[in-house]
Design a protein around this ligand. Structure first.
Ligand code: MG
Length: 173
């Protein structure tokens, strides 16, 4: 049985992951409207991955005999200044999610909830990748020239090649 504090924190994290999904879907729409289909594809895959993150937590709460309480998803931003701005916002958002996951892990330590800690290890590793991916794109944008038509064209083509893979905790189930 899940401890009520941990159950509440996991429900809050489900909402945070759904908000992330919503944010990236909004970024995907913005990129598509700005004529950057490859970047729109990259954010569409982010959107799907965030839904996977919410689903992993959702399944886990139920598996432990807890209750899932789905809450309203707050509105997300709809406008960014540039391609660089959208990826810098992505990195800042992922850094915030990392701190949420860290706080959740700290709570499981305080509550001696080792099973939840074990589940959260996947998220800790995932956040390292999320931050690295966003940073790499920012680095590439700066190298190629964030205002260079050719640079943006090349990067957009590269991001068009990204494909979705279901998160491993879900494919194991
Ligand atoms: Mg996530």
């Amino acid at each position: 049985m899940l401890n009520t504090k941990v159950e509440e924190a996991l429900n809050a994290q489900i909402n945070a992951e759904m908000w992330s999904a919503y944010l990236y879907l909004s970024m995907s729409a913005w990129c598509a409207a700005e004529g950057k289909p490859g970047m729109a594809n990259w954010f569409e895959i982010q959107f799907r991955e965030e839904q996977d993150h919410a689903r992993i937590l959702f399944n886990y709460v139920l598996q432990r005999g807890g209750r899932v309480n789905l809450r309203p998803i707050e509105a997300v931003p709809t406008e960014w200044k540039s391609a660089l701005d959208v990826f810098e916002s992505t990195l800042a958002h992922e850094q915030k999610v990392t701190s949420l996951i860290n706080n959740l892990f700290a709570l499981t330590t305080a509550e001696n909830d080792y099973a939840t800690q074990s589940m959260l290890k996947w998220f800790i590793d995932e956040q390292v990748e999320e931050e690295e991916n966003a940073q790499n794109i920012i680095d590439n944008l700066r190298l190629l020239g964030e205002n260079s038509g050719y640079g943006l064209f090349v990067l957009d083509k590269e991001l068009a090649a990204r494909t979705y893979t279901q998160a491993s905790p879900l494919s194991k189930a």
